[in-house]
Design a protein. Structure first.
Length: 213
């Protein structure tokens, strides 16, 4: 069946619009920053979108923007109860505390500790919250407390490779290097992906170190 001129013009116009939308979407997906900024405008009430945007900002050194997105992600997560939202909220608070630890210096240790205390109340079985709590204790010089906390956390989450690595950090501070090496090896056997990109760890023995610079 032949199409008249008007129908052809309409089809061409529709095709042009669809092509334009495809190009715009491809542009948005070109890199993570553009993607998540685009998604945050289109879905401003999605906690996970703001969490991911915060992670991108953090990795690019835009720390104030990252803090804003993490706080917003946690606020949105609390408004939507459920396991998925709880996970987003826990990760957002943990990353917020990590920003205080890694980029703001020792003066922010108390703020990070308070943030993680709140996180433990709201998300008591979050692996990341528990691991960062141990790190704050170590950096504050509370080594015995960190060891006891790590043992309790591992009883709660016995399969966690991340918590094993944090307990290994405690063993480094105690100078118990053979135990530390065994625990690190065990953690990597449980988590092959983490073993491919192992996190930086304290040297052993590290018992002379009171607060990590």
């Amino acid at each position: 069946m032949k199409m008249d001129r008007a129908s052809i013009i309409v089809c061409v116009a529709i095709l042009a619009v669809l092509t334009g939308l495809t190009i715009a979407r491809n542009q948005a997906w070109r890199d993570h920053l553009t993607l998540y900024e685009d998604l945050s405008r289109k879905s401003p009430d999605k906690a996970r979108v703001h969490l991911n945007l915060g992670l991108v900002y953090r990795d690019r050194g835009r720390l104030n923007d990252a803090i804003f997105e993490f706080e917003l992600a946690e606020e949105l997560a609390r408004m939507r109860p459920g396991e998925s939202s709880q996970n987003v909220g826990a990760v957002a608070l943990s990353n917020l505390a990590a920003l205080y630890l890694d980029f703001s210096g020792p003066d922010m240790l108390p703020a990070a500790a308070l943030l993680l205390e709140r996180a433990r109340e709201e998300y008591p079985v979050s692996e990341l919250v528990l691991a960062n709590s141990i790190e704050v204790m170590l950096r504050s010089g509370e080594i015995e407390r960190a060891g006891a906390f790590a043992d309790a956390a591992l009883r709660e989450l016995p399969n966690s490779s991340l918590l094993r690595l944090q307990k290994a950090e405690v063993l480094s501070m105690w100078g118990r290097c053979e135990e530390r090496d065994r625990l690190v090896q065990e953690a990597f056997e449980r988590d092959r992906i983490r073993a491919l990109n192992p996190p930086p760890m304290r040297p052993c023995p590290a018992f002379v170190e009171q607060i990590v610079q």
